[in-house]
Design a protein around this ligand. Structure first.
Ligand code: GLY
Length: 329
């Protein structure tokens, strides 16, 4: 709330002409309106991640470096229980990680079901840059990471282990929980990042430990190019967060970018992609899905299935959280 007030205060101080701000009930939509460079990231952990991206972007750096730097901050943060180190484990008590990265030329790299490596996003980047492949999984991804100089680490924190032991004792069922992270820590999920640098290069990254207590071996949308992340350097990019299965069934991020290619604004495209899930997938009411999109002109849009989704925006004037309109009320 405070940050929203601060933002409005800043507008009053003379920046109103630079942004379009619309109030819809308690929701604020901020349009970046062509400011470059800019970075957006899902959820409130995106604030810290964006700071790391900004260190690259403000010096005229490459959007790919910015997106990777942002992802690494969240991956290393033990308080974020849905990404990297500190992520909640699967049903067998293993932390298994999914990540992907994509540049403005359509190059892509991805790792899935990766254990013991704190920065899957950097392994994904190496897959993109150093191999003829797009995706490595499981032990193959781990072997590739170790042979590339990454260190094998224990990624389960005492907090995550305690939560898993409690789940195993009391529940032992797997069910999606909307905005699951609210139950333990405020408002976290997969981080998806879109960065547009001063030269107009748009790149993205997406990284997660996936759904807590998932079946061992489950892979979500986050490492799937076109589902958790898609970038077309001539159009824009999109990232997804929430229940990966629903995003995968509709290839959500690719859909958002294609809708933008066909003339929709980022906001309209995200909304249509959420509506597509509601129209096609039974039981969608039990899930959260959030889409975030950025076009190459610096316009931002977002839409979610459930209330509660937000994204972090940083440019040369603001660093703030933006609340997102949703399909369900
Ligand atoms: N969106 C993250 C996952 O479903 O794994």
């Amino acid at each position: 709330m405070n940050s929203r007030r601060n933002f409005i205060g800043k507008l009053g101080a003379g920046m109103a002409g630079l942004f379009m701000v619309s109030r819809v009930k308690d929701v604020y939509a901020i349009n970046n309106q062509g400011r470059l460079p800019v970075v957006v990231s899902t959820w409130n952990h995106g604030l810290k991640a964006n700071d790391a991206a900004w260190d690259v972007l403000r010096q005229g750096g490459y959007a790919l470096d910015a997106a990777e730097a942002a992802a690494r901050i969240t991956e290393a943060d033990p308080e974020v229980i849905t990404v990297g180190y500190g992520g909640l484990p699967d049903a067998n008590g293993k932390v298994t990680l999914d990540a992907c990265i994509m540049d403005e030329r359509g190059n892509a790299g991805s790792v899935a079901f990766l254990e013991h490596i704190k920065h899957p996003i950097s392994v994904a980047r190496l897959v993109m840059e150093k191999t003829p492949h797009v995706m490595l999984t499981g032990k193959g991804a781990l072997d590739f990471a170790l042979s590339s100089g990454f260190k094998k680490e224990n990624l389960i924190t005492p907090l995550a282990k305690k939560a898993w032991k409690k789940w195993r004792k009391e529940d032992r069922t797997f069910k999606p929980v909307i905005n699951i992270e609210n139950e333990i820590l405020p408002n976290h999920d997969t981080i998806g990042i879109l960065a547009l640098d001063a030269q107009g290069r748009l790149c993205g990254a997406c990284t997660t430990s996936g759904m807590a207590y998932k079946l061992h071996g489950r892979v979500g949308d986050s490492p799937i190019i076109g589902a958790g992340l898609y970038v077309d350097g001539e159009i824009g990019g999109a990232v997804a967060t929430g229940s990966g299965e629903l995003v995968m069934k509709t290839l959500g991020s690719f859909l958002v970018v294609e809708l933008m290619r066909n003339g929709m604004s980022p906001e309209e495209a995200c909304k249509e992609a959420v509506h597509r899930i509601a129209a096609k997938i039974e039981g969608y009411e039990q899930h959260q899905i959030g889409y975030l999109a950025l076009d190459i002109h610096g316009n931002i849009g977002s839409f979610s299935m459930q209330p509660g989704f937000e994204y972090a925006l940083k440019n040369d004037l603001v660093s703030d959280l933006v609340k997102v309109n949703s399909y369900m009320r």
